[in-house]
Ligand binder design. Structure first.
Ligand code: HEM
Length: 131
């Protein structure tokens, strides 16, 4: 049987203690029942809900025993190419900040020469009494 494909929406629908999926190395695991047993506590796993937990999982340096538990909790494969959407929360906010910073920058580019031009004419008017 082909592995079930888990969409971003489905992953996001399981973000609570009552039903929790985590994404690790492109696979989605149902850790609901495991939460209470996790030696690292439930909070750390809950904090990874709805996003890619691979980095958090690897940073801890989980043992082979820990890794061996994963297949038993497998829901399916995460939808290919959906990782980008996952980050959309944080990354989109970042992109938004970037573009508004760039926009502000380019507004400055516009006003500085205009200001200089104004200053030039003011000076000329002052110096010659005519525009
Ligand atoms: C769903 C997958 C996970 C499984 C099956 C799992 C399993 C385990 C197991 C068996 C241990 C005991 C030590 C070891 O054998 O390595 C452990 C420890 C730990 N885990 Fe996880 N874990 C999972 C996800 C996570 C995530 C997403 C985090 C996020 C940060 C995390 C954080 C920790 C920490 C901090 C410890 C160390 C606890 C201590 O030694 O005091 N785990 N985990």
């Amino acid at each position: 049987m082909a592995a079930k494909i888990v969409s971003v929406d489905e992953l996001r629908q399981h973000k609570t203690k009552d039903s929790l999926y985590v994404l690790i190395h492109g696979n989605v695991y149902d850790v609901t029942k495991f939460l209470d047993e996790h030696p690292g506590g439930d909070e750390v796993i809950l904090a990874e809900a709805g996003q890619d937990a691979t980095e958090a999982f690897e940073d801890v340096g989980h043992s082979d025993e820990a890794r061996a538990l994963l297949p038993g909790m497998l829901v399916g494969e995460f939808e290919k190419g959906s990782e980008a959407q996952l980050k959309s929360g944080a990354a989109a906010a970042q992109a938004q900040r970037m573009s508004s910073a760039v926009e502000q920058g380019s507004n400055m580019m516009y006003f500085v020469p205009l200001g200089l031009l104004g200053a030039y004419f003011a000076w000329r008017y002052y110096a010659t009494g005519a525009l």
